[in-house]
Design a protein around this ligand. Structure first.
Ligand SMILES: [Zn+2]
Length: 165
């Protein structure tokens, strides 16, 4: 079971909305995740070091914690907020299970796919359509078909790495 602990009422409510949907997945590990909400990321050391100050949220592996940028996150639409949190929770679960991929594009796609499998496909696809290119979306649309998805995701990640996409 995935349990999220968050002292911020609005974000905690969203977390409950997501974890309620996850209880039906029996293959998920037992994982207690802390979600820290900061006013913005200008003083967050990890964000500053990695140039992530304009991100609405991220997962920090060394702390096994999700950080939320209140300034940006709270302004986002509900579907966007669900997509953001589901994606970061998926990162935490994949990290916990040792399933991460070192190719960044592939890792992001697989993380998005996990969120899709959990039932957040409409939220994730809507959100990614605003920020990602056609190829990424075409690939993510294959989330239901593991084999086709892996093939397309691997291909796109390799092309990105080579500067071709
Ligand atoms: Zn990500």
């Amino acid at each position: 079971m995935i349990t999220l602990v968050c002292p911020h009422a609005t974000v905690a409510a969203l977390c409950s909305h997501i974890t309620a949907q996850l209880v039906t997945f029996n293959d998920l590990p037992d994982l207690l995740l802390h979600v820290e909400v900061e006013p913005n990321f200008s003083r967050n050391g990890y964000a500053v070091a990695n140039g992530l100050q304009s991100q609405p949220a991220f997962y920090v592996r060394s702390e096994r914690k999700i950080f939320v940028n209140a300034e940006l996150f709270l302004l986002a639409e509900h579907t966007e907020q669900v997509s953001i949190l589901a994606h970061e929770i998926a990162h935490a679960v994949r990290h916990h299970l040792g399933e991460e991929n070192s190719l960044q594009t592939l890792n992001e796609l697989e993380t998005d796919r996990l969120a899709c499998l959990w039932g957040f496909h409409s939220e994730v696809l809507a959100s990614r359509s605003r920020t990602e290119g056609e190829e990424y979306i075409a690939c993510l649309c294959l989330w239901r078909d593991e084999e086709k998805f892996r093939k397309a995701a691997g291909c796109l990640a390799t092309r990105k790495l080579a500067g071709l996409a």
